[in-house]
Design a protein around this ligand. Structure first.
Ligand code: PMV
Length: 323
């Protein structure tokens, strides 16, 4: 038997702007997806017969990436993540599956997390008509605080570059890690799920439409870019007060792009008195918000009172691992 765990993520700064070439900052969270596989007489997943068309990420990893030709497998998946909520659940699934399969096929070889991030990205793209940013898979593989950008960003540790041929042409990204100082143990991320799944593609298309109708809104992207750089700098020196201020500002800019909604605004508003900062995270239109706080229980309570589902995570969590 082989088992692996891969974390989910949340975006702290730069969602939507990253689509227009600006950087995004994502953080791995404690919660994630666990995959265990063992050899079996027939192909099974979650106690049912395995139908590859219902599990595109898993089947791409098995057949197109690993070229697995061994005995049938019994696959068990346990997820702690809300799906289609901006927490990177499909990337965590791809990474955990890739890591578990690596353990089964190459038990004595060390897991190469960069290779795994690239495999996971390819699985995401295959399941999403050839379009996927590497943010979720890279953050889930590497853990910690990951910066995805069109070019290298000063003050971060460059880890790898990656590219993808999309229907719109070749895209390239630089993946770096932000190095946070010691002493972040008393700072927490609190996610609040609105209970509404949100399709990223629809939200990204909505922003593209807005920009073509109102070209001056491109300035909002430049403002988010400035906030992202400022937030990242504050994170790197452990100035969490300024990180929170940048998160609050980022939320207002995302609102002006029309990607927040009433329930996200309500949760963000509810936690502000107990938080350093709070904002929607990911594509918006539903999904989750995130708060940075030293009072995780109080923030959780406020999220529940305001009608959301809370989840508390340490600020810095490790990346994918074989168990
Ligand atoms: O909600 P998520 O994790 O799918 O984040 C989407 C982030 C966007 O910037 C809106 C889209 C993208 O591809 O980066």
């Amino acid at each position: 038997m082989a088992e692996a765990f891969a974390p989910g993520k949340c975006i702290l700064f730069g969602e939507h702007a990253v689509v227009y070439g600006h950087p995004a900052v994502a953080i791995a969270i404690e919660q994630g997806v666990n995959v265990s596989i063992k050899k079996s007489e027939e192909w099974m997943i979650g106690g049912k017969k395995f139908d590859p068309s219902k599990h595109p990420h898993i089947s791409h990893i098995l057949h197109d990436l690993f070229h697995y030709k061994g005995e049938p497998l019994k696959i068990e998946i346990q997820s702690q993540l809300f799906s289609a909520a901006g927490l990177g659940s499909s990337a965590a699934l791809s990474n955990a599956m890739g890591a578990a399969l690596h353990k089964l096929v190459n038990p004595n070889e060390k897991l190469d997390v960069i290779k795994l991030a690239k495999l996971g990205h390819s699985a995401e793209a295959a399941a999403q008509e050839g379009r996927a940013s590497p943010t979720d898979t890279a953050t889930s593989s590497l853990g910690g605080c990951v910066v995805v950008s069109g070019e290298k960003i000063g003050g971060t540790e460059h880890i790898f570059d990656t590219e993808l041929v999309t229907p719109e042409g070749k895209r390239t990204w630089s993946i770096s890690k932000a190095i946070l100082p010691e002493g972040v143990e008393d700072i927490w991320l609190i996610l609040g799920f609105t209970g509404v799944a949100s399709p990223t593609g629809k939200m990204v298309a909505g922003v593209a439409d807005l920009l073509s109708r109102e070209p001056h809104k491109k300035d909002v992207m430049n403002d988010i870019n400035e906030i992202t750089h400022r937030g990242l700098k504050a994170l790197s020196v452990g100035n969490f007060g300024d990180v929170g201020v940048a998160m609050n500002e980022c939320h207002e800019h995302l609102r002006s792009l029309g990607v927040s909604n009433e329930s996200l605004d309500r949760l963000v508003e509810a936690v502000r008195p107990y938080s350093l900062g709070a904002k929607m995270t990911g594509a918006g239109g539903g999904g989750c918000m995130v708060a940075l706080s030293k009072e995780p229980q109080r923030v959780s309570e406020q999220i529940e009172i305001a009608g959301g589902i809370p989840m508390i995570s340490k600020l810095l969590s490790k990346g994918v691992r074989v168990l």
